[in-house]
Design a protein around this ligand. Structure first.
Ligand code: 9WO
Length: 230
């Protein structure tokens, strides 16, 4: 998969995507990531990318002409047109299902806003999907873009290696994970649940299932079938 990012802060993407699974996916050619500075498309002496909002109001808005030019430039760098995603609190909430959908794409183009937002004409005419990672406002779309890249990359075939499969993890069947334990079996009197040490495979599987159901019922009843609060 190829991911292009349009941002005013390309430096923000240097650390977080250079470790662990994402680093390996990039090294193995499973993820091709290209970060682009929107400001490169500015034409004036001061390299302006924003302007005051029509109708008044706080702050500045990213210009539609600058964003459209930046998008066309980036589009031209590869054959696939790519699905254009704008990260904003006004978008549809990111879910495991959406992550899996996006992972099917050959190419994603992620647009990160700053200031008080982007000109709505860009969203209307150039963006395929507006996505939110949660109900809070940040200083820009860069961290949400990195969250999206991280979540999607795990679903690119081969990215997790041979051992792990995203099909078997939590959310694949809509339940939370069961609790996990490792050695030592007892620490400061804190014991690991006895069933897990029993060696009784069927009982262990039943215990895990019960734990997942109980946790989901307690913590996230909205995930259970029959809850219409979706
Ligand atoms: C800033 C602001 C300041 C004063 C009055 C109103 C204001 N609105 C905003 C604002 O929404 N800024 C956004 C910052 C513009 C788009 C990029 N930014 C952003 C993206 N913040 N939070 C996100 C985001 C994206 C995806 N999921 C969660 C949050």
């Amino acid at each position: 998969m190829r991911v292009d990012v349009l941002t005013l802060f390309p430096d923000a993407f240097v650390g977080p995507l250079d470790v662990s699974i994402i680093k390996r996916a990039r090294a193995d050619g499973l993820l091709e990531l290209a970060i682009h500075d929107i400001r490169e498309q500015a034409t004036d002496r001061h390299r302006t990318v924003d302007d005051y909002p029509f109708g008044g109001g706080q702050g500045m808005v990213l210009r539609v002409d600058i964003l459209d030019t930046a998008l066309q430039h980036v589009r031209g760098l590869a054959g696939e047109p790519g699905l254009v995603v704008y990260l904003s609190p006004q978008g549809e909430r990111l879910t495991d299902a959406i992550v899996r959908e996006l992972a099917q794409e050959e190419r994603l183009i992620l647009v990160c806003g700053r200031y008080e937002g982007v000109d709505e004409r860009f969203v209307e005419h150039c963006v395929d999907r507006e996505i939110s990672i949660g109900d809070y406002v940040l200083t820009g779309g860069e961290l949400p873009a990195m969250v999206l890249i991280d979540a999607v990359t795990r679903h690119v075939p081969g990215a997790l290696g041979d051992a792990a499969s995203p099909e078997e993890e939590s959310f694949a069947d809509g339940l939370l994970e069961h609790p996990q334990y490792t050695r030592p079996a007892e620490y400061r009197g804190w014991a690991v649940p006895e069933t897990l040490l029993s060696g009784h495979h069927a009982k262990i599987e039943q215990w895990k299932r019960e734990q997942r159901l109980a946790r989901t019922r307690e913590r996230r009843p909205d995930l259970l079938p029959g809850d219409d609060n979706s």
